[in-house]
Design a protein around this ligand. Structure first.
Ligand code: F6P
Length: 372
């Protein structure tokens, strides 16, 4: 296939933020779709570090991607390009004269570096942080196509992000496994999952994995309601319960549990709410309670078929977008098709769980407690 509309000859691909299953599928599809149009493809190492910190890459921060580079990677977790959720080019950390860490905007340098390497267009695969960077680069004249990635599923304007299905499938399997041990010991098992300020993973895995309570950031919880549910179950003969807690869940009138505060160039790290919930539930119910934090396990492993296919569709659609002369857009799932939405309509608009969506209503119809 030859390039008809866009005059693209050389493109770069980068993966930014936390890794998510399906990244390699996107890379493979984009590389093959581009090579099949006689374009050259380069990968930027570790987010934008490959261009902004070239001294750290003696073998080159920009690597040529060929058919060989992407052979047999669709089913692999992680990203062959490497990624980082530090060194955001919009807020790049540098040490000031007084030893304090300051932030500088290095997006102009990025645009110059791309020009120097004669890169005509960029495919930026990432979450909200990456889409904000992509928007800034697009505003500076770079041809950018965004591809929405995150296990958290919190990006707006796409029905789903790739990585989410794999994370939910794994969390659901963990809930299945925890049921037998919880039932054998008559325990309350509290399972903490990632998701930042959105409860998608907890909600979907909680329903599919038959949790008794689901605590999500969108509904500040009161554990007395969860304790009532646990006691009611015991009265009906089920002496165990499973509670899934999103890392961003917080008590009514209380705060989100933070492991590490926000730093220059990187977001705050959430975590620890599972321990709190377990301790309080044990006190309220007098039942033996254990905590499992799934954490980064949710980001690893083989992508599900759904995520592989979505990743491949997104990667190929990003290249078609460039061929059609599009720029400053993000590919998005709008079933049954992949569509394109302006990048600036995505940024700063976190997609949280709508409390009246049918998935929430389903959970309530099943008698699952949300601690409210
Ligand atoms: O955004 C993906 C995610 O896994 C979140 O669910 C989680 O809060 C965060 O990244 C963890 O980031 P890190 O890799 O820095 O621990």
């Amino acid at each position: 296939m030859t390039n008809q509309l866009s005059h693209v000859k050389r493109i770069a691909i980068c993966t930014g933020g936390g890794d998510a299953p399906g990244l390699n599928a996107v890379i493979r599809a984009a590389v093959l779709a581009a090579i099949n149009r006689d374009w050259q493809v380069y990968g930027i190492r570790d987010g934008f570090n490959g261009l902004l910190l070239p001294e750290q890459y003696p073998e080159g921060g920009l690597i040529r991607l060929t058919r060989n580079s992407v052979r047999g990677i669709t089913h692999l977790g992680g990203t062959i390009l490497g990624t980082t959720n530090r060194n955001n080019p919009l807020h790049f950390p540098i040490e000031g004269a007084d030893g304090k860490i300051e932030q500088v905007d290095r997006t102009d340098e990025l645009v110059r570096a791309m020009k120097l390497h004669q890169i005509d267009a960029l495919i930026s695969i990432g979450g909200d942080g990456s889409m904000a960077i992509a928007t800034a680069l697009a505003q500076k004249g770079m041809r950018v196509i965004g591809v929405p990635k995150t296990i958290d599923n919190d990006l707006d304007r796409t029905v789903v992000t790739f990585g989410f299905d794999t994370a939910v499938a794994f969390a659901t399997e963990c809930l299945d496994r925890l049921h037998s041990t919880a039932a054998s010991h008559n325990r309350v098992m509290v399972v903490e999952v990632m998701g930042r300020y959105a409860g998608w993973i907890a909600l979907h895995a909680g329903i599919a994995g038959s949790a008794d309570a689901i605590l999500i950031p969108e509904i500040p919880y009161d554990l007395s309601f969860v304790a009532t549910k646990i006691r009611a179950r015991a009265e009906q003969g089920s002496l165990f319960s499973i509670v899934i807690v999103a890392e961003g869940a917080k008590p009514l009138g209380g705060r989100t549990a933070i492991l590490e505060g926000e730093q220059v160039g990187r977001a705050e790290r959430l975590g620890g709410i599972g321990e709190r919930v377990a301790a309080e539930l044990q006190a309220l119910t007098d039942r033996e309670t254990r905590v499992v934090v799934l954490g980064h396990l949710l980001r690893g492993g083989t992508p599900t078929t759904t995520d592989r296919l979505l990743g491949l569709r997104f990667g190929a659609a990003a290249v078609r977008a460039l061929q059609e002369g599009r720029a400053g857009v993000m590919v998005a799932l709008d079933p049954p098709n992949v569509d394109y939405v302006p990048l600036d309509e995505v940024c700063g608009r976190m997609k949280t769980v709508p409390l009246d969506c049918d998935t929430m209503l389903t959970a309530r119809d099943l008698g699952i407690s949300f601690g409210d």
